[in-house]
Design a protein around this ligand. Structure first.
Ligand code: SDX
Length: 435
């Protein structure tokens, strides 16, 4: 079954005044079923109101399934635990975008295409020079991605399948280069060009950490950990940044513009920016003397805006399965890099304190994907402000897959929510002398 054509079965009844409306029920293959309210306003004069969309499905989708109560996450039906153990990021990217695990020939062709699109246009070197050295890499990445569209006029045609395929390959190939060069600009080091003899994660490490004055050897254990992190971040159904990509794409803006909007949405500390916020919080706790209970109490205080970054999730009311995998990987990376990260021990103790506190247990606030991922990026050597860039590189194939599904779905229309107006009634203009 493909998105956009789920079966509707028995209906629900809604009584409005003296009328009873019949609302079709849309059944998923798993998880939530939905009331189809597409006729609600026409038949009742009413709309629904659901700030944050916690009870609202924006689309039917066949890409990612997650069960927040059970802590289940699957990409195209494959459990995240199995993909984390057996797959590679580019294979997962192919799975998400094209719907099935590739044959060896399909994978080889995809990897070759991506590998041979990793260079960005040479003119873009000037683009980086136009930013201050302390520019946040997410600002540079979002601008760079939408800026790339100016070099590829063919990419504007979002209805040409061949042009879309080239754009997909260019985005997956060039975003790591843009991310790495935004870092090199920030540290005043020469840009390092991608190499076609390196795999995807090794190439990113090479562009980030190599310098022309000496050889740089990619540590296989570090490259493996980075590839795993990219797999774990690859998609997550209708989260804020994916919903942004879908909404911008529904206006028929080009794919670069939609992805750039998604990068901007991901930047927020309530979303992908949480991985950077977690490390800031752990460093604050250590600098403040390590009193974990004090900070947990701060997070619980309704009058204090401090929230424990990396904890809680709109959908997961159980452990985020990605956090469980990342926590195990953090152990391996710390051992491989020899990084003696006192923050990892603080994070583990903080998790223990929070998970024994009724406030967190009662609200089902568990560590999410961002709680431990920053510790791995830190052990690898990424600076804090690059963590969300790494999240964006991982999430890119998911955004692309969701955009592609939205564009091909018969149910898609331009996204345009309504509102409940609570402002003042009509009133006449008052000349400034009378105000
Ligand atoms: C990601 O959607 C996705 O799938 C996102 C993501 C993906 O892969 O795309 O999984 C990636 O964004 C993970 C989340 C990263 N963000 C954080 O770690 C920031 C800290 N977390 C919170 O801000 C919060 O948990 C959210 C934003 C993640 C979810 O917020 P919700 O669903 O709107 O829940 P809520 O804010 O209504 O919280 C419910 C209650 C509130 O208390 P009460 O009003 O009931 O008294 O729990 C409290 C909140 O104050 N709460 C927290 C908390 N998270 C929620 N209290 C302290 N610390 C926290 N971290």
């Amino acid at each position: 079954m493909t998105a956009g054509s789920p079966p509707t079965t028995d209906a629900a009844e809604l009584r409005v005044g003296d009328r009873t409306l019949s609302l079709p029920v849309v059944r998923g293959t798993e998880g939530d079923d939905a009331l189809d309210i597409s006729r609600l306003r026409a038949e009742s004069g009413l709309i629904t109101l659901d700030p944050g969309f916690g009870n609202t499905g924006a689309a039917t989708s066949a890409i990612t399934f997650l069960d927040g109560e059970a802590g289940v996450l699957r990409y195209r039906g494959y459990p995240i635990e199995q993909l984390a153990e057996h797959s590679t990021f580019l294979e997962v990217a192919y799975l998400l975008v094209y719907g099935d695990l590739p044959t060896q020939e399909q994978l080889n062709s995809f990897v070759t295409e991506v590998t041979h699109h990793t260079l960005i246009r040479e003119e873009m070197r000037n683009f980086f020079d136009s930013f201050p050295t302390d520019a946040h890499p997410m600002a540079v990445l979002a601008s760079g991605v939408v800026g790339m569209s100016t070099f590829y006029p063919d990419s504007q045609n979002i209805f040409d399948a061949d042009a879309v395929e080239v754009t997909i390959n260019r985005l997956i190939a060039k975003v790591p280069t843009l991310a790495a060069w935004s870092f090199k600009k920030a540290v005043g080091q020469p840009y390092v060009y991608p190499r076609n003899d390196l795999g995807y994660a090794p190439n990113l490490l090479h562009m980030m950490f190599a310098v022309p004055s000496e050889d740089y050897e990619v540590d296989p254990a570090v490259a493996e950990a980075l590839d795993l992190l990219l797999i774990l971040h690859a998609d997550h159904e209708q989260n804020a940044s994916t919903s942004t990509v879908r909404l911008v794409g529904s206006t028929h803006a080009n794919l670069y513009a939609s992805i750039s909007a998604g990068i901007s949405a991901l930047w927020g500390p309530l979303h992908g920016g949480a991985n950077e916020a977690v490390i800031n919080t752990l460093e604050q706790i250590v600098a403040d003397g390590g009193n974990l209970q004090k900070w947990v109490d701060k997070a619980k205080d309704p009058n204090d805006s401090f929230r424990l970054a990396g904890f809680g999730h709109r959908v997961y009311k159980n452990f985020d399965p990605r956090a469980t995998i990342i926590k195990r990987a953090a152990d391996r990376v710390l051992a491989a890099t020899g990084a003696d990260d006192d923050l990892f021990e603080v994070a583990q103790r903080l998790e223990e304190v929070a998970l024994n506190d009724e406030y967190f247990v009662g609200r089902k606030l568990y560590p999410n994907v961002d709680f431990y991922s920053g510790l791995i990026y830190r052990a690898i050597g990424f600076p804090k402000n690059m963590y969300t860039n790494c999240f964006a590189i991982g999430r890119l194939p998911g955004w692309i897959a969701q955009w592609k599904e939205m564009m091909s779905s018969p149910e898609t229309k331009i996204g345009r929510p309504r509102q409940v107006y609570v402002g003042t009634g009509s009133r006449d203009y008052v000349a400034i002398e009378q105000r």
